[in-house]
Structure formats: C-alpha cells, structure tokens
Design a protein around this ligand. Structure first.
Ligand SMILES: Nc1ncnc2c1ncn2[C@@H]1O[C@H](COP(=O)(O)OP(=O)(O)OP(=O)(O)O)[C@@H](O)[C@H]1O
Length: 265
C-alpha cells in the first residue's frame, strides 16, 4: 500500500497553469489551467482532435514543446523520478504478439523489478495484474491471438504492474463490449478507492463521464469546464453530462460570436 503521509493533503496529483503545447505548425493546447485531485477518477472528455491525447502526453512527459507550468505528483512533468510512479496506456496496445499474456507481463515486470531475489514478488504482481483485467483464463494465450479489447487489457495490466500512484489511460474502453466496459470502470473505482490511485481517463463517450468523480471537458485545445458531473448538470440545467457539454459548447460559440462582433465593430 502506498504511503502518502509526507505530502500535504491538498496537493493535487496534477497542477497545470498556462499549459501550452505546439505540435508542428499548430498550437494544440492553449494556456490551460486545471488541477487533477488525488485518489479520484478525472475524466478528460471532448470531441476527436480537441487535444486529449496531447494533454495526456504532456502529463506523462512524452510531449515536446510544452510551455507553462505542469507539476505531476509534486515534480515537474517528465522528471525521471516520476517514471515508476505513473502508469500510462496509449490508444495503441503496446504488447508483443509472439509472447503469451503472462510472458508479456513477466518481461515488463523484470524491467520494473529486476533480479532473482524479486522473482516471487514479480510472480505475485503479474498474477494480480492479470486478474485485475480479467484475463486469468487467457494467461497462456499468445497476445497475437487475442481480440482488440483483450490486447488493450494486456496493456492496462502492464501499466498496473508497478502499483502506480497516477494512471493515465487514453481511451481504455474503446472497442469493448458493454459488460467489459462496466467491469473496467468497476476496476478503475477499486483502484481509486481501495489503492488510493489517481486516474486520468480520456474518452469521447459521454455516458462514461457519469462514472467519473470530476470532469475536464475540452474543446478545440481549451478547457470548457472543470467540475463534477453533478455540478455540471445543475449549472446548465441539463439531465445528462452530454446535454451539459452541448449547452456549454453553444454558450462558448455564442460568446465567441459576441467577441467577434465587438472586435469588428
Ligand atoms: N504531429 C502533429 N503535428 C501537427 N498536429 C498534430 C500532430 N499530432 C496531432 N496533431 C493535432 O493536434 C490536435 C490534437 O490531437 P490529439 O491527438 O491530442 O486529439 P484527441 O482529442 O486525443 O483526439 P482523438 O480523440 O481522436 O484521439 C489534432 O487537431 C491533431 O490534428
């Protein structure tokens, strides 16, 4: 179990101020301010191309041309000490097709926790991670013979190996059937409530927003809202987060029109 006793309770897992990212000729994220609280699930939602993956890459330290402030678990994003404290799952499953599920995990476990003395601990961690993602009955199957959803779950199991404090998951439920999606969201809640992990999860499926403790709603490289699902619904007088999002988009578009009129006057 992780020990958080030395950090102040109010310190967020992620703190961004004026976060800006340029990719190629484009400014993809424009001066974002937000925080991600510890021990909760924060959903990062918005339409395709709005900058969700870029924001996640910045948080895990793999994105170039990042300016502004971006602190992660008390250190600047990308700091070497963060490598073992963050689990990151990209949209493309990163598994070796010619290895079984268990062999894939054994391989990554050996990198994280090397040496003969750690063999028993590695075995335990690998078995737990495989069970966490519900692949115990497929542990000896070649990854190349698994379905797309099963391969994504192997990637997730790899990210769970080191018991990370912060899990950054880029669209982890894409292509999964409703039962698996529900089971994965149950796992995410268990990781937050029982293991104290912080989860930052992107999705463009609005019904998944209802399962998050907090939401960062994004649009066109900006943050449209940073609130709880309940507060968003109440503030916009909407029944669902999807309706709240559309309301906020209309509001932002109308405000943009007003600004344009004002500046062209
Ligand atoms: N290498 C690049 N050079 C220039 N622009 C890029 C590059 N990679 C991504 N972009 C642009 O940056 C923007 C944000 O991309 P990003 O992948 O972060 O969006 P996203 O919200 O994660 O989308 P999706 O939900 O489809 O994965 C997009 O408009 C994309 O076209």
């Amino acid at each position: 179990m992780m020990n958080y006793s030395s950090r102040p309770p109010e310190e967020p897992a992620v703190h961004a101020q004026d976060l800006t990212v340029v990719r190629g000729p484009r400014t993809v994220l424009r001066g974002l301010d937000f925080t991600v609280p510890r021990g909760q699930i924060t959903g990062l939602l918005g339409p395709s191309g709005c900058g969700k993956s870029t924001l996640m890459r910045a948080v895990v330290g793999t994105q170039a041309k990042v300016t502004g402030t971006l602190d992660v678990l008390g250190s600047p994003a990308g700091h070497p000490t963060l490598r073992t404290r963050i689990g990151y799952v990209t949209q493309a499953p990163s598994v070796y097709d010619d290895l079984t599920v268990r062999q894939n995990l054994d391989y990554f476990a050996a990198i994280l926790d090397p040496g003969r003395a750690a063999a028993d601990r590695r075995h335990e961690n690998v078995t737990r991670a495989i069970a966490d993602v519900d692949l115990t009955t497929h542990a000896d199957a070649l990854a190349g013979n698994l379905s797309g959803g099963q391969r994504s779950r192997v990637s997730l199991a790899v990210a769970l190996l080191g018991t990370p404090e912060l899990l950054v998951l880029d669209e982890p439920t894409v292509g999964l059937d409703p039962v698996l999606r529900r089971d994965l969201w149950q796992l995410f809640h268990t990781l937050a409530t029982e293991r104290g992990a912080t989860l930052l999860i992107s999705s463009h499926v609005m019904d998944e927003a209802e399962r998050c403790h907090r939401l960062l709603l994004m649009r066109a490289g900006g943050i449209l809202a940073d609130d709880t699902p309940d507060a968003l619904r109440t503030r916009t007088g909407s029944d669902t987060v999807e309706a709240a999002f559309l309301h906020l988009v209309d509001e932002a578009t109308a405000a943009g029109r007003t600004n344009t009129k004002e500046t062209t006057r």
